[in-house]
Ligand binder design. Structure first.
Ligand code: ADP
Ligand code: MG
Length: 249
């Protein structure tokens, strides 16, 4: 086993299988994400993309195979699991903000409760992060007072507040009105350029072309093919990917 912080992939899945009852949702998945890499996961609905994200921070357990994160196999429980969850940020389609807390409180809650950082320090850092995602002026408001795009940028700031080693994005713009999609993608693109390790499930092919190092095409629980975006979008090698692209582009 490699030491944390080395040149090994940040996360490596080998022979991962996952069933929901009789449904075989992840089939022998082998996938490594390098440090600083941006992997965009695309594919038809029901193919296993969300489950693939969720097994990486152990929101779902796996039936067989191994997942190594930063040199260690995923912990099952306890403090090690809490640490894993703080090291792997997650941004969902549905924002998942605390509705009765202000924007700033949403961002400072994790660092103060989980990381034991002082309130003053957490607020200072929280304001910096809100500045970075362009919503510092909204810090004292509640989520319902913000647009969907602003709420999703809050969710990204909240993930960043934990100093994660990686952020998983599961269709982060799918619930947004069209005019708000770009402001969220812009924040994600900036993060990608700054070297954040990211796995992004999205149907935004423009983002994939601009920001991805690699596109992974998932269908029927399998990685059907993977390639740099320039190659994937111009000459997909599988019939399945060609068919998918013809429907969405
Ligand atoms: P995607 O994100 O690509 O649309 P998912 O990973 O959400 O795919 O789902 C893959 C398959 O697993 C789908 O058939 C879905 O209905 C099923 N599934 C996902 N989560 C659960 C669950 N908690 N219980 C049972 N079936 C599930
Ligand atoms: Mg999904």
């Amino acid at each position: 086993m490699t030491e944390p912080g080395g040149s090994a992939p940040l996360v490596k899945l080998e022979g991962v299988n996952k069933h929901f009852g009789a449904l075989h949702v992840l089939k022998d998945i082998d996938l490594a994400v390098e440090r600083g890499e941006v992997v965009v996961v695309i594919g038809p609905s029901g193919g296993g993309k969300s489950t693939l994200c969720r097994v990486i921070n152990r929101l779902e357990t796996i039936d067989s195979g191994t997942i190594v994160f930063d040199g260690r196999e995923l912990p099952a429980e306890g403090k090690a699991l809490a640490r894993l969850r703080s090291e792997v940020g997650m941004v969902f389609q549905s924002f998942n903000l605390f509705s009765h807390k202000t924007i700033l409180e949403n961002v400072t809650l994790g660092p103060t409760k989980v990381r034991g950082i002082s309130r003053q320090q957490a607020e200072q850092r929280g304001m910096e992060l809100l500045e970075r995602v362009g919503i510092a002026a909204q810090a004292g408001k509640y989520p319902a007072q913000l647009s969907g795009g602003q709420q999703q940028r809050t969710a990204i700031a909240r993930a960043l507040a934990m100093d994660p080693k990686m952020i998983l994005f599961d269709e982060p713009t799918s619930a947004l009105d069209p005019e708000m999609v770009q402001e969220v993608l812009d924040v994600m693109t900036a993060l990608a350029r700054e070297g954040m390790t990211m796995m992004v499930v999205t149907h935004e092919m423009g983002f994939a072309r601009r920001a991805a190092d690699r596109v992974v095409f998932v269908a029927d629980g399998q990685i059907v093919e993977q390639a740099p975006p320039a190659e994937f979008f111009t000459q997909p090698s599988s019939e399945r990917a060609r068919d998918f692209l013809s429907k969405i582009l």
